[in-house]
Write a new protein. Sequence first.
Length: 376
Amino acid sequence: MVEIDTTPRWVDSCEQLAALCAQWRQQRAVALDTEFMRSRTFYPQPALVQVGDGRHCYLIDNLAIEDLQPLRDLLLDTAVTKIMHSCSEDLETLERLLGVIPEPIFDTQIAAAISGMGAGLGYAATVRELLSIELPKSETRSDWLQRPLSDAQKTYAALDVAWLPVLYGALLKRLQEQQRETWLVEDCATLVATARSPQPPEFYYQKVKGAWRLRGKHLAVLQDLCTWRECEARTRNMPRNHLLKENLCMTMAQQLPRHKGALSQAGLEGRALREHGDRLLQLISRALERSDLPTRLPQPLNRQQGELLKLLRKEVASIAERENLPAEILIRKKELEALVLARDPQLQGRLCGWRAEVVGRPLLKALRHLRKEEMK
């Protein structure tokens, strides 16, 4: 294993950054991570970008550097693989900071899962498993926007990228031996595509707990309230529930309040009532006049469908054991439920990729067999 200097190297000038990025663009791969804050904001507040080149660890102070274009160019350079771990929030942070989503990426959490190590392994657990190195956890909840950062913060941030290049080499070798490298490439490309095309605000009502209970005008009200909440939270850059709690959206959709007194009875009080009351009443009124009502959401599985789901889960578990893969990465609960609910089940979304042969078609075959057995 190449000796790595884990001493944090602070980068806070345009000249330093430009020189380093030119150097990194000559490499096959670099490790990448971010530190950010978002407890009181909708969007992450980028506070630090870490880069590891397999020899040293660099901490880029994006708060001090005016021209981050060299870093942007590095992230867009498709000749350089960006090694990251569980990178969904990091992709969002980099998009917020630089307006770009890096590609191609090699997510070591996904790679570990595909190679058979287990689903959802954290960075420290992956390092411990593959390299027998223990990493500190003391600065997990640090204030990364403060300056200067403490030595402990800098060390913690540097270690977040120090071992990623080594993990990359070890995991890539395992995937190649298992002939699963293309699986990793496919899943990472999907991750990038999802980051570039987040779900539109008008679909957020589908995430509300119990939304399947609503229909017609009630569901239209919920959709419009959730759409407004999502757009307003983004505009104001504040957490959704700081603006309007999700359960309040559901209550208003059920009760259809038509005046401020009814809004108060539904649970909207104080400043929220004064600030948003008129707008919410307007949204409810307009939603009740809609002719394009949303389709009712799928109901929870009935008993017969639940039994079918259990049998398919056993099939997934059997496939996972045979392939030495975590069942969680083969198929998601919603994907499995969609197969059960569909009259004519088809492979869609992720199941059209490498999962089609591994789990998709075997499940369709098992599903057809089980339904034939039910009809006897």
